[in-house]
Design a binder for this molecule. Structure first.
Ligand code: ASP
Length: 436
C-alpha cells in the first residue's frame, strides 16, 4: 500500500512540475520584462542549465534504447516474412499520414491565405540554417560505419543496422544463443535505466517549462496570429480526426480512452519538443498503457521518432504557403507536388529533435526555389509551435503502433480498456533494487 502511494506520487509530481513551472516561468518573465532585474536572467540561466541536464539524460538513452529494442523486436518477430509485413504496414501508415498532413495544411492555407500582406522585412538580416540536400538524406540510409552512426546518433542508420543485426542473429540459430540472452538482459537493464531517468522527470519538466517562458513573447504570436492559429487548428484536426479515424476503424479502439492513456507521453513531448527524447515514454504508452506487444512497439516507435513527423509536416505546409504569399509568388500544381514530395522525404531523413522542423523548412524552400531567408518570417513563434507539433508527431507513432499491433493480433484489449494498466509503470523502487 505504502509502495503504491509512493508510485502514485511520481505521476502527480509530473503534473505539479508542469503547474509550478508555468507559474514560476510566468512570474520570472513578468519581472524580467517589467523591471529588467539582472538576477532574473541569472535565474533563467541557472534553471536552463538543469533543463539541459535533463534533456541530455533523455538523449543519452536514445541510441541504446533504439538499438537494443529494435534488435530485440527483430528477434521476437523471428521470421523475415512477418518482419517484412510489419515493416511495410508501418511505413505505409507513416507515409500516408504524413502526406495527408501536408496536403490538408497546404489546401487550408491556400483558402485562408495566412501570408497575404505579411511584411518580408524580417528576412533581411537572417541567415538560414544549413539543411542537407534531399539527395544526401536519401543516400544516407544504410550506414557505411555503424559505430559512427551510433556515435552521431543517426537514428535511421541505427535502425537499419539493428534490423540487419537482429535478422543475422535470428538466422545464426543455436550458436547465437549467448548473444540472444545478452540482448534479453540488456533490454531489462536499459528499461531500468529509463526508469531511473524518469524519476527526475518532475524536476526536469519544471525547469523546461520555466525555461520556455524565457523566449516566449505574446506580441510575436499576435503579429502572426492567423499563421499560429492555422497550424494549431490543423494539428488538432490531425489528432482528433485523422488519428481517431485510424484508431476507430483500423485498430477497433476507442479514441477517447486512447487520448486519456497517452497523457503523460504528451506532457513529455510537449515540454521536451523532441520525439527522439520521448521514445522511452512513447514505448511505455504503447506497451504498458495501450497493450501493444513489445515486439511491435520496439519496431514501430523508434522508427516513427525518425521518419514519422505529421505535426512537422503540418507546419511545413502552412509555412511554405505563408512564405509564398508573403513574397507574392504564385503557386502552381508543380509547386504543390514538389512541396509534398520534398517535405515527406525531409521528414524521413531527419531525427526528432527540437527545432529540426526549421532546418527542414529551409531545405524544402530551397528545393522549390523560394528564398530560404523566408524562414525568418515565422521563426519568432516557432518555439511554441514546436512543442505542439512534437506532441502530434509522437501521437502518430503511438497510433501506428496500435494499428499495426491490431492487424497482427498483437494488441491486448484488456490492457487497453483497463484505466489503471501501466499507470504505475514509470517508477521504480530504488530502495529495493536486487539482482535475481
Ligand atoms: N521537434 C520535433 C520533433 O522532435 C521536430 C520539429 O522540429 O518539428 O518531433
Amino acid at each position: 500500500m505504502l509502495q503504491k502511494n509512493v508510485k502514485l506520487s511520481l505521476a502527480t509530481k509530473v503534473l505539479i512540475g508542469v503547474a509550478l513551472g508555468s507559474l514560476v516561468g510566468f512570474i520570472l518573465k513578468y519581472l524580467s520584462s517589467t523591471y529588467n532585474f539582472g538576477i532574473i536572467n541569472d535565474l533563467f540561466k541557472f534553471i536552463s542549465f538543469f533543463a539541459g541536464l535533463f534533456i541530455n539524460a533523455l538523449k543519452m538513452l536514445v541510441t541504446p534504447v533504439i538499438f537494443i529494442s529494435i534488435v530485440n523486436g527483430t528477434l521476437l518477430i523471428n521470421d523475415i516474412i512477418t518482419l517484412g509485413r510489419i515493416a511495410v504496414k508501418t511505413l505505409c501508415i507513416y507515409l500516408i499520414t504524413t502526406v495527408i498532413a501536408i496536403t490538408v495544411s497546404i489546401a487550408v492555407s491556400i483558402v485562408i491565405k495566412p501570408g497575404m500582406g505579411a511584411s518580408t522585412e524580417a528576412t533581411l538580416h537572417y541567415t538560414p540554417p544549413a539543411g542537407k540536400p534531399i539527395q544526401e538524406l536519401s543516400a544516407a540510409i544504410i550506414p557505411h560505419n555503424p559505430i559512427e552512426a551510433m556515435a552521431s546518433g543517426n537514428a535511421i542508420q541505427i535502425i537499419i543496422f539493428a534490423i540487419f543485426f537482429g535478422v543475422a542473429i535470428g538466422i545464426t540459430g543455436k550458436k547465437a544463443k549467448p548473444i540472444i540472452d545478452m540482448f534479453k538482459s540488456l533490454n531489462v537493464i536499459i528499461a531500468k535505466l529509463v526508469d531511473c531517468v524518469v524519476l527526475l522527470a518532475p524536476y526536469g519538466i519544471f525547469c523546461l517549462i520555466v525555461n520556455s517562458f524565457k523566449t516566449f513573447n505574446l506580441a510575436d504570436i499576435r503579429d502572426l496570429f492567423i499563421y499560429f492559429l492555422l497550424v494549431i487548428t490543423i494539428l488538432i484536426f490531425q489528432m482528433a480526426i485523422i488519428y481517431s479515424t485510424l484508431l476507430h476503424f483500423f485498430a477497433k479502439l476507442n479514441p477517447v480512452i486512447f487520448f486519456k492513456k497517452i497523457k503523460r507521453m504528451l506532457i513529455f513531448s510537449f515540454t521536451t519538443s523532441s520525439s527522439y527524447a520521448t521514445i522511452p515514454f512513447t514505448m511505455n504508452a504503447a506497451t504498458k498503457r495501450c497493450g501493444v506487444s513489445h515486439k511491435i512497439a520496439a519496431f514501430t516507435v523508434p522508427l516513427g521518432s525518425t521518419i514519422n513527423m505529421d505535426g512537422t509536416s503540418v507546419m511545413l505546409g502552412v509555412a511554405i504557403v505563408f512564405i509564398f504569399q508573403a513574397y507574392n509568388i504564385p503557386l502552381n500544381f508543380h509547386h504543390y507536388l514538389l512541396i509534398i514530395i520534398t517535405a515527406t522525404m525531409a521528414s524521413i531523413g531527419t531525427a526528432g529533435i527540437p527545432g529540426v522542423g526549421i532546418a527542414m523548412l529551409s531545405m524544402v524552400l530551397q528545393k522549390v526555389g523560394l528564398p530560404a531567408e523566408g524562414v525568418a518570417l515565422i521563426l519568432s513563434i516557432d518555439r511554441v509551435l514546436d512543442m505542439a507539433r512534437t506532441s502530434v508527431n509522437v501521437t502518430g507513432d503511438c497510433v501506428t503502433a496500435c494499428v499495426v499491433a491490431q492487424s497482427e493480433g498483437e494488441l491486448n484489449h484488456d490492457i487497453f480498456n483497463d484505466p489503471t494498466a501501466g499507470y504505475y509503470a514509470d517508477s521504480i523502487d530504488l530502495h529495493n533494487m536486487h539482482i535475481e
